[in-house]
Design a binder for this molecule. Sequence first.
Ligand code: ADP
Ligand code: MG
Length: 684
Amino acid sequence: MHVQWDWPVSALRGVGDKRAAHLAKIGIRTVGDLLTHCPLRYEDRRTTQALGELVDGQTACVEVQVCGPGKIVRRGRRRIVTVPATDGTQTVTLVWFNQPYRATQFPRGSRLLVTGRSQLRGRSPSIVVSEVERLDNNEHLSARRLTAVYPLTAGLSQRLVRGLVSQALERIERIPPGVVPATTLKRRGLMTFEQAVRMLHLPASLHDAQQARRRLAYEELYLLQACLARYRSSIKSSADGIRIPAGRAAKELAGVLPFTLTAAQERVIAGILDYLASAEPAYCLVHGDVGSGKTVVAAAALLATARAGHQAAIMVPTELLAEQHHERLSRMLQPLGVRVALLTGGLPRAAAAEVKRDLQAGCINVVVGTHALLQSNVTFADLALVIVDEQHRFGVRQRAALCSKGRQPHVIVMSATPIPRTLALTAYGDFDILVLDELPPGRKPVYTKLLLPCDRRRAYDFIIRRVQEGQQGYIVCPLIKQAASQYLVAAESYYHHLAQQELPDLRLGLVHGAMAADRRRQVVAQFRRGEVDVLVATSVLEVGVDVPSATVMMVENAERFGLAQLHQLRGRVARSRRQAYCLLVSGSDNPQVIDRLQVLVRCNDGFEIAREDLRRRGPGEITGVRQHGLPNLRIADLLADTRTLAQARRDAFAAVAEDPALQLPQHAALRRALQRYSLQQWAL
Ligand code: ADP
Ligand code: MG
């Protein structure tokens, strides 16, 4: 009987509830999922070896005939099955551990294709069998070819999955044609979806296998990018957006800044002002390494909006950052007559009520705030621009909630978690991406060193010397209160330890996420004024704090932080022309951990660090991207498939541009697929 592509895998013989549950664990729910389950690699069983060619300890593939009865011997707890076999010139003993049924499975004379590790050192040569196929009945699914090796999970075997794949290929009534129009395939030199599915599992060569996988990756990325393109075109076309003329905003702002803009800032500001001037709502991502000066870019957009007589809101993830942005933006914009207000959860009730009233009345031009901006009683007279800073800390829903307080406002999101371009095109594929690829002049790489806990004294002395030279520092710990594990340094107790024993002559301050807003504000203000030498903190510091005379950071239990996070953290000390230092303390003796931390020692480029992070941890794990809801790609590999992604993106965006409603017959399959694959599935 036939099966269909979208039927549950349990439609296949041999799949009951239990196996279906195992398969679901690796993302296989339907027959189609199974048929697009991508092999990890292929084993070459096209050529077999003669027994005389075996090499001790290596994997061999031989064709042999059983030449005697199987035996079971006990050795300790293990039961070992041995079966004698020959290739006509020599004999070999086939060995299995703890599979007693093997002793009687193969009658004398059976022809077998055996893969396993050869052992030539004992009395007679043997092969410890990892896989066996019978060649003299119909069982030889994978015999004598490139054999797929699939990613598995507990409860599944290669043999089982191979069997199911082959059953599905045999019984499938029709493999769907895929969503990519035939003309596009032809232009790109890609095979059909059906060919790719068949070839993936039974390739004639490794080259074929690669082509098949690439074709399926293209399909997956094309669908994703088409989804983004549609989402974007729906925003853009629904628009009678608010035109915000650039006016003299860039010039005016430059006039009040104590420094000159970098070329990158000028370029990105010009780009953004262009988007704001269009009737289509802007949808931009400003992407730049920590310290590249994104705040000024935001300021230019805020100023243009205020000058055009509209309101703007900038949302940030922490109160600390909101307060600081408020202060910095006020300093820039207040002299130009722009009224900047702050709205956070920590604000006294009366003050918050006043801000809300003024926002509604339209007499505040720019509001800087945290999640507090999302409250339903926050309303605007005329919200025309929404900026989300440190975008990776927010969900798409929150951004949408803020946007809904205006009528088609322009949207700018800023992210300092530098993610590789491929990831950006996927996670932010519906945005125009503007890159700040230049740091303000004179910035030197942060000198970073990895220290053992026993080197702490040297680190303290180093910090003391910096303070004596008039600089400041941070000491970062992973947790607030003493944790169960004594190895973790906790900010609160560590602070007391430092104050009493290690750094008694320095003025220390403590900030962490769980302390009262007032108290925290006070400490940060003292630090900013130079009345505190060293700030002991949890990772609340990761975003925001901008104190240029801080030049040294010590991070305790560095192994507890992600690479991108550590890079963000050390960005706190690279805020001036002075040499900055980052001392990472870790007592870990895990070579992988050390190797990971060494990336920071060696490298100062956020994009490269993000790539390393991605390579080590997989895309879902990268800080922030998970919250952003990066779609779960089953086939495409965002690090390896850069070119395929670029092509799929170009093609999908072109298709949507040409036919926004996807009404042309060649887009029918795409339209149907997108109805099921809604953006909500991953982004909203
Ligand atoms: P980001 O948000 O991209 O991490 P910020 O906007 O906080 O960076 O800027 C980092 C620091 O660099 C701030 O102290 C800011 O005043 C300063 N800065 C920004 N642009 C310039 C520039 N063009 N020249 C000198 N300093 C700059
Ligand atoms: Mg910033």
